[in-house]
Design a protein around this ligand. Structure first.
Ligand code: HEC
Length: 309
């Protein structure tokens, strides 16, 4: 079983740190899986790698420099990450990483101390520090970042070179998908947490609401990773839903595989959003326009394909 990444989001972060309020988006359903030790390497990639690389100062100091400062000082390291200060001249302020939690930050610490062992610091390259950071070019990738038209708990996913999407853990649903590139974090980082990342490319599909309808009672249970792509878990009423995204091989777009447990007592009706240039097909059930009806027996797993022009 893939490990479920615990997510602790700072709701209200986007509009000022003063109203920080931490909401835990998972329930007891997932807690048995969540007790697994946090993956420091994974947490580092998602939360730190845009600004810190191994041997060179980019936006923030290199891991080699961090190791020099914090080797044997794990608690000081955690303290810094929870409440970073302004220390160096000519750099942005590091945003707080409090949402990762103490245990997660300890795992990040162990990861940094390990990978930076014996590494020599190189001189900083001139120019835009973000151009040096190649992390946004990796495919696939998952990034926790503030996104336009989404709650502060948005997760950006680059499926492949063509297609990316924004899944919003705050409301348990896909917000939109775009083609072209991925994201540019610079506007976000430059304004130090008060702004959102910029989408690189064109939004082709915007989902107006959850396919399950009103999901005021939807509860985010976390996500697990498989083949570097996330599987989102959430509860809608008494139903446990997982949603997994995969890129299409032949064209722009994505496949979306749902599992629903336990078997529903009547047919499931899912409504997607009608949009020009978007073709929707399903491997099960009956699709009338953008309305999909799935028989209870087929609800265990079904895949919808979205082709984007
Ligand atoms: C948006 C960019 C950004 C992200 C993301 C980021 N940092 Fe930083 N970090 C910085 C900057 C900038 C500094 C230097 C701040 C200063 O000196 O004023 C810094 C400094 C540090 C330092 C050195 C503290 C010291 O005493 O000099 C540590 C340790 C650190 N970051 C850890 C992390 C970890 C761990 C993560 C992820 C969990 C992370 N950072 C994510 C930008 C970032």
């Amino acid at each position: 079983m893939a490990r479920v990444v615990p997510l602790l989001f700072a709701a209200g972060f986007a509009h000022g740190i003063d109203m920080m309020k931490y909401v835990i988006f998972f329930s007891t359903v997932a807690s048995s899986v969540l007790s697994a030790a946090p993956d420091g390497a994974q947490l580092f990639t998602t939360n730190c790698s845009a600004c810190h690389i191994l041997d060179q100062m980019i936006v923030g100091p290199s891991l080699a420099e961090i190791r020099g400062l914090y080797d044997g000082k794990r608690e000081d390291f955690v303290k810094w990450c929870v409440a970073p200060r302004k220390k160096r001249e000519g750099v942005i302020e590091m945003p707080s990483m409090v949402h990762i939690g103490e245990e997660g930050l300890q795992a990040v610490y162990a990861h940094i101390m390990e990978v930076a062992k014996g590494v020599k610091i190189k001189k900083q390259a001139a120019g835009d520090p973000f151009a040096t950071s190649s992390v946004y070019a990796e495919r696939p990738q998952v990034r926790r970042i503030f996104m336009p038209n989404a709650s502060p708990a948005a997760i950006a996913v680059a499926l492949d070179q063509n297609t990316s999407l924004c899944w919003d853990a705050g409301v348990c649903r896909l917000r939109y998908a775009w083609t072209g590139g991925f994201i540019d974090g610079y506007p976000y980082w430059k304004s130090n947490g008060s702004s959102v990342a910029a989408i690189v490319g064109t939004v082709k599909y915007t989902e107006e609401k959850s396919p399950f309808g009103e999901t005021k009672n939807a509860k985010f249970l976390g996500y697990s990773m498989k083949d570097k792509l996330p599987i989102f878990s959430y509860a809608v009423g008494t139903q446990m839903v997982t949603e997994r995204f995969a890129p299409l091989k032949e064209s722009s777009g994505f496949q979306r595989t749902f599992t629903v447990t336990p078997t529903p007592s009547s047919a499931l009706v899912l409504n997607f959003t009608k949009q020009d240039g978007v073709t929707i097909t399903s491997d099960k059930g009956t699709l009338e326009g953008t309305k999909l009806t799935i028989a209870p027996a087929d609800a265990a797993t079904f895949t919808i394909t979205f082709t984007l022009k």
